[in-house]
Design a protein. Structure first.
Lengths: 929, 929
């Protein structure tokens, strides 16, 4: 990018944009800010834009250092500003200040950083007005514009006072109300020109009342200078600084100032104002879509006092203007290669474009616009891919409300964390059993599980329900993770709700201060509620829903084509985290190229019966009975599950992780143990003497920090029979799937939570030996080479890299024979930060508020810390085996920014839940473009 | 090291040692093993050693590969062996096999790796005997040696059968018993020569009974060959391999074989055998110390059938031999520059040395020997330092039993983990309150606290007790860590004990299988027990104790000199972890150069009253009452504690860590909360409505994984007032200590558990500002420059580097202004491995058993993983500030191997508990030598 210079060779300090001179352009966004750069760009394109000029962002720094030194930075550049003013005057044949015969020229002053930024001075309109200029405007045109002139002046006084002099706006409002009352009118528009003159007088007095030494500056040049300075001042105001710090924008150098000639849509029936899209933002249809008002200003459209008309009628009412609009839109879309969202004003029959930007659109439109534009020859496939966001795809696959937020606003009783997107409507159930009972009674009615928080034992009820609502837990709580995994909506961490699971009631309060006075709703078992998991809303009634779910390619015919481009563009493999054939089927439908993570423990928790088997295994009175349960019950059960997965997968890779969670997670809860009958029954099943013996056993197995306790590879080392049972089940499933289908299954075995080479070597040897034993035992049925394919490869044994130590010694682990490795980014993030996922919500929310962290490290990978560890680990592993497949299978595998990082870090595969596969593929493509 | 070669240029395969030829020497330990190398070395020195030869360890590998190929490795070198035999024959004028007129030559065959190794063939004596050789010996000397000959033959038959042919030894024993019974004698010595001949015949029959085709080989050459092969075979036996793997000796190439001519101490009144030290191993006194038996073999000394005589009497009985022994000992000590422990045999009036090695000694002797030898000019200071072990110093400062293990053996009821060294004797108490009550009743009697496990609230009782005994918990459990910190003995993780805290009884079982049948002892409140924390013993009575404790320099006059050498030799600073002035005083007495870690939380837990204040702060109903407690109660209390520390420290650095543990650790336990009165009282103190409200509040604050929850820097960020209170207390303490003493205190403030730069920056800014505020507030009393010294330095604000992420971004943290950093190696190890210290004992013990880990990573730093992270972190920090002080203050700061690593990693300081300071200084010196 070349920076324009003055004839002296110095960089320009004022960038003019008009039909003859255009110093700026889109490529200068960093210097001129987004707004200034695009105004210049449009001007260069020949789009009708009111002329003006931009003072670049670099002046902001100069201003600050001069202020400290006590010199006047704006004065120093004033010669250049005056030149720019005169150029604008020449272009328009008007005069700023209204001297002589020429029409008075008015300016707007707007800030404009490279990124839009709340907390900064936004806009001052109508600069250049004072009483004498008003009179001049009033005098012209036979007095028709007198009311217009004083209305404009009143607005200037108000805006200038409040934003430049930081006066309290209510003082102006009080004066306006006083005059309106006096005149007995209700609306501003009912005030006459004379009334408005009175208002202006009163406003001028307000200035003097606040500070007798600081009247409103009637000199237009002074108005302009003060407004420009106020923009620069606002950049260094605490709230703007704080915002930049929080938003991670600390490196931004400053804001530009845009000074632009005013145009007016309220100059009569040949004037007007409107907004429109170049295509329909809800469907993507290629048709101008928007609305406008005759004889109105932008504010009027927003205020909603008059009802705007659809843009189509403009072609009847002002055909020339309408055609000009159409031509301009075509030009803008062609130029910016994206659907545009513009604001326009018609000033006495002449069209002006005040702003253009890429238009927001929904998922359907995003896909359609992207595919259409490519087919129109407007954009490349890569550009089409860049145009679609992950959220767009999510919209297409998650159910949604038919009603708008406004329609159900009155019934909204709380907002929690938007833990898993999508909408759900159903009757409330307060326990897993209740969910199942309600579903049995009315299979077609939705049920929403509402808990203080969920845990592994709720899983069967969770599976049957349509969405989860929890009082506690963050974005990565059990409920949130399970919900995202299954594509179910979830609202978690609802701080204004209290759940009484015993009473089966939930209480909603108007604030986080929980007291009877604040109670706004009580929801009982069986009541209807609705959840918006994408916004975190809880609504106290049944909201109407759109149909949704599968069939995304059929419902959206351009989707398949779009995703095929995505597939071509990406290099990263996208696998799914899936534990059942049904999940895998869905994931494959969404384009998953295999299973990156199958969690054996989910199989063991899939039903009450299975939970009971797991418990009796763990609590078995001796090794013999434990082996009996492993061999006779668990093994065959898992074998069938695995076989179903392999049959569904065909020859796609299926990576099975050995049992990972602490065994005691399978044990009964304290509440269950208090139930005398339950405890006695379970004790009997486990051949334990008494309920008390059971309780003691459970107590002995509890851990202080289970996340770092007896879990993962440690279980397999202490109880080799569990590893053996799982390996047998996997290999037998591979053999049986081959026999059933004739396809060679592609199973991989993954050892979790490894931190030392010896741990991995211990399990690798055990698994390797067990694999041989199973093949030997079944050699008479089928040969190993038959099952595994003509090259008779080994079944790969790999490891999860999810402790910091494993990352550091990854090279040694690969030397020890790890055939592949997969980062468990959840555990790795927990251990790297020392943040327990279950407990961190108590401080992570505050951390965000205080600007300590930008994004939750459990959602988006922490590139500087955890990311560095991952890169180090990949380097270490590849130094030993340059071809070792490396993947990630934590929650981050479905997150866009994280996927970008994984791509750059040289991973081969990301694995995520089925419902995130489409998005992950898109992110992988974007990362590779 | 040069390897001797044969004339052909090939390396020697048999190393001869005799008075003329000595192929080996001490420098060839890796080739000849320890034993072989030292036999050669002694021979070279002119020490009387029975001549022989050594087959080097490299043959072991050759033997194994030949075995696989089916060739005969020993046969291949037999020419060399025969040459060595003939050289030995020449030297002694004897003949192996007894041909001709010469006296028969007998050999011993012993294995000898570079490290001694259980599970391998040890020794076969008397090789070269058969019936005809026996007859020859019997015939010589007028038949006096007939009994001797057959006794030797019987022993050969027994040893050869059991170790070379791996026959069941009991078969020989049965035959011996049969003959003894027949002859009506009880002792072996009562058997006549003829009886022994009968035994020998019976033994030969045993060979044929086991395998008719494998009789005892009467050919001496065959005996020798088979014995040599058996040594090599034993190297590759599973038990030897397993041992090497577990002991981390996998890189050892093989064992050497030592073939040495036999000498006999049982050839009459001019023969004998004995052991002795060159100096007293209990005091270090320079005097020969040992015992001997006339007409006896080594076995007889060990068997204890006859009482040996003190070595001093040898000077009367055999003055010539005694003088020869004295000369030899002087020579050996001079040569090996260390106190020696030797075995000798007098064979018919001639002295032979069979073994020499550095003598084991106790702490007192170690110091005295080291200092004496330096002063005798025998060794350098560095060698003196190397000669003393950390355990030696520990012995000097920990109390010990007067009774030997044998004396109290009968009362030993269990062995747990040796969690903290030292001996304790006292009455058993089962609660903190009981300890205090017993101490009050009988202040001079010891009390031992016995718990299922201890926690923060036991601290006051723990402090008053003389030792801890816990059923659960590993080497780094609360009890263990506190015990080591205070230098109190502790036995933890006693798997054969069950504590019933309610009943106030502990039950001891004979095995880990807990059942009434196995109950061996019940200990009740008030019963006397004794603990040996260095061995893990629990003894069911009062064992007699030595006095111990402070006064180490006075009790051991050479200690101060020795430690001054240590101080000169080390470059690493050694600080103490200390929380009270008394602890610091002791640490300074032991040579600590400052406090590396003062744990504020220990101050808050130091008494029941303080715990109560902490609880009311945490549970305060609103911010105002919390601030009230912080400012009015906690702040002043901490200020006084800190001031006492600063006054004790003078100008030594005092590093104060801000509150680190999860706040809920201060909360009442579930048991306490169940107590209605307790709960109601506490609720009232905290202005809470009811006991239930208190319970709910406590419940809400509990965490699933508190180790990774709301603790460390996170507390200070969420509750800045706690950081402010602590900072104020520290700065006011600094000011008041200066006013009181006129010395400039050297305080440092350390922020715990940082993982992001933003966290540190947040707290650093808050602390920095608070420091200014306190100095400003007290400016009228005293100036900042007065307090902090003429250079008016800043109070350094540093951070603990104890999450993996902090290690990775250490450079950024230093950029963010960290003035120093200290590794919290406990937390860092927990997070790097993902091992919870509290829960890991359930698998770490098994890990050791299975060879997954060699040493507990919470005792000795894991160099490959955690160490790598530390090194990376030091590099990162020093790249930004090459002078930044870096220390470690976790448990590892007192561990020898860890200190060696920290020295190499370039740390400046290690900090450990007062009782480990002496040892840490020694380790630091060793690391620098
Ligand atoms: Mg994991
Ligand atoms: Mg720590």
């Amino acid at each position: 990018v070349q920076i324009p210079t003055k004839p002296t060779g110095e960089p320009k300090v004022v960038y003019i944009f008009n039909s003859k001179t255009c110093d700026g352009g889109a490529e200068l966004k960093d210097i001129l800010g987004n707004k200034g750069a695009l105004l210049a760009e449009m001007m260069k394109l020949g789009v009708p834009v009111p002329p003006g000029f931009t003072i670049p962002a670099s002046m902001c720094e100069t201003y600050e250092s001069c202020r400290v030194e006590g010199t006047d930075a704006v004065e120093d550049i004033w010669e250049d500003v005056e030149f720019a003013i005169s150029e604008t005057e020449k272009e328009l044949g008007k005069k700023f200040g209204g001297e002589g015969d020429a029409e008075p020229l008015l300016f707007s002053v707007r800030s404009g950083a490279a990124v839009s930024m709340p907390g900064m001075l936004e806009t001052v309109l109508n600069i250049g007005l004072n009483k004498s200029v008003c009179e001049k405007i009033a005098a012209a045109n036979g007095g028709a514009n007198k009311r217009f002139a004083y209305d404009a002046y009143r607005r200037l006084l108000d805006m200038f006072g409040s934003v430049v002099f930081e006066m309290d706006r209510s003082q102006f409002e009080m004066e306006l109300e006083r005059v309106k009352e006096k005149k007995g009118v209700e609306k501003d528009t009912e005030l006459s020109a004379e009334d408005l003159m009175e208002v202006c007088d009163a406003y001028e007095q307000v200035y003097l009342k606040v500070d007798p030494n600081r009247p409103f500056p009637s000199d237009p040049t002074m108005q302009l200078k003060l407004a420009i300075e106020a923009v620069f001042e606002s950049w260094n105001k605490p709230r703007a600084k704080a915002y930049r710090e929080i938003a991670g924008l600390s490196s931004l150098g400053g804001t530009a100032v845009n000074v632009q000639s005013m145009v007016f849509g309220n100059l009569g029936e040949t004037s007007g104002t409107g907004v429109c899209f170049t295509r329909r933002p809800d469907t993507g249809e290629k048709i101008i879509f928007g609305e406008y008002l005759i004889n109105a200003q932008g504010e009027d459209v927003v205020a909603g006092i008059r009802t705007p008309e659809p843009i189509s009628t403009l072609f009847e009412k002002m055909p020339v203007v309408a055609q000009s609009l159409q031509d301009t839109l075509d030009k803008l879309e062609m130029h910016f290669k994206n659907m545009q969202d513009i604001e326009f004003t018609i000033d006495s029959g002449k069209l002006f474009i005040l702003q253009t930007r890429n238009g927001k659109r929904n998922g359907v439109a995003a896909i359609n616009v992207a595919v259409d534009m490519y087919e129109e020859g407007l954009i490349t496939k890569a550009e089409a891919i860049e145009m679609v966001e992950l959220d767009h795809l999510n919209q297409l696959i998650h159910p949604a409300f038919k009603e708008t937020e406004e329609e159900y606003e009155d019934a909204k009783i709380s907002t929690g964390l938007a833990a898993s997107p999508g909408a759900a409507v159903g009757r409330v159930a307060f326990s897993s059993e209740d969910v199942l009972a309600m579903k049995k009674a009315n299979p077609k009615e939705g049920v929403i599980l509402c808990r203080v928080e969920t845990s592994a034992e709720d899983v069967s009820g969770m599976h049957a329900s349509n969405g989860f609502l929890t009082q506690n837990g963050g974005m990565t709580s059990h409920a949130a993770v399970v919900a995202r995994g299954w594509g179910l909506p979830c609202v978690s961490g609802v701080a204004t709700m209290r759940v009484d699971e015993a009473k089966k009631e939930a209480y909603f309060y108007s604030s986080e201060s929980i007291s009877p006075a604040n109670l706004i709703a009580t929801v009982k078992s069986g009541d209807w509620i609705s959840l918006d998991g994408g916004e975190g809303f809880v609504i106290n009634r049944k909201v109407e829903m759109n149909a949704a779910g599968e069939g995304v390619y059929e419902q959206h015919p351009k989707m398949a084509k779009f995703m095929s481009w995505v597939e071509e563009a990406k290099s990263l493999g996208v696998y799914a985290n899936a534990d059942t054939a049904a999940e895998l089927k869905l994931a494959m439908y969404f384009g998953a190229q295999g299973i990156g993570l199958c969690r054996t423990e989910h199989m063991l928790l899939a039903s009450a019966e299975r939970v009971s088997i797991s418990r009796s295994m763990i609590l078995a009175k001796d090794d013999a009975s434990r082996v009996e349960i492993l061999d006779k019950k668990m093994g065959p059960m898992l074998k069938d599950d695995f076989q179903a997965l392999f049959e569904q997968a065909g020859n796609l890779p299926v990576t099975i992780r050995l049992l990972d969670p602490p065994l005691h997670e399978f044990l009964p809860t304290e509440l269950e143990l208090k139930d005398e009958k339950f405890a006695a029954d379970l004790a009997k099943k486990c051949s334990l003497e008494s309920a008390d013996a059971l309780r003691e056993m459970c107590e002995a197995k509890r851990e202080k920090n289970p996340m770092m306790g007896l879990r993962g590879v440690r279980v397999g080392i202490l109880e080799p029979k569990i590893t053996i049972m799982q390996t047998k089940a996997i290999v037998n499933a591979i053999i049986d799937a081959y026999i059933a289908t004739g396809v060679h299954p592609n199973g991989k075995i993954m050892v979790p939570l490894v931190s030392t080479t010896e741990e991995f070597e211990n399990q690798r040897a055990l698994i390797f030996q067990t694999i041989q034993e199973v093949f030997n035992a079944r050699a008479s049925e089928v040969s190993r080479a038959d099952v595994l394919g003509p090259d008779n490869r080994e079944i790969p044994i790999g490891m999860m890299c999810e402790t910091p130590r494993a990352c550091i010694v990854s090279g040694n682990l690969v030397e020890e024979g790890a055939a592949f490795m997969s980062f468990g980014s959840n555990d790795l993030s927990q251990l790297s930060f020392g943040f327990s996922r279950d407990d961190a919500s108590s401080f992570l929310e505050k951390y965000k508020e205080f600007g300590i962290i930008e994004t939750d490290p459990f959602n988006t990978i922490d590139v500087d810390g955890v990311g560095e560890l991952i890169k180090m680990s990949v380097r270490g592993a590849r130094a030993v085996n340059s071809k070792i497949p490396v993947s990630v299978c934590g929650e981050h595998g479905g997150d866009e920014k994280s996927i970008e990082f994984f791509h750059e870090a040289g991973l081969n595969v990301v694995s995520c839940s089925a419902f995130r596969v489409l998005g992950a593929r898109l992110a992988a493509a974007k990362a590779n473009i």
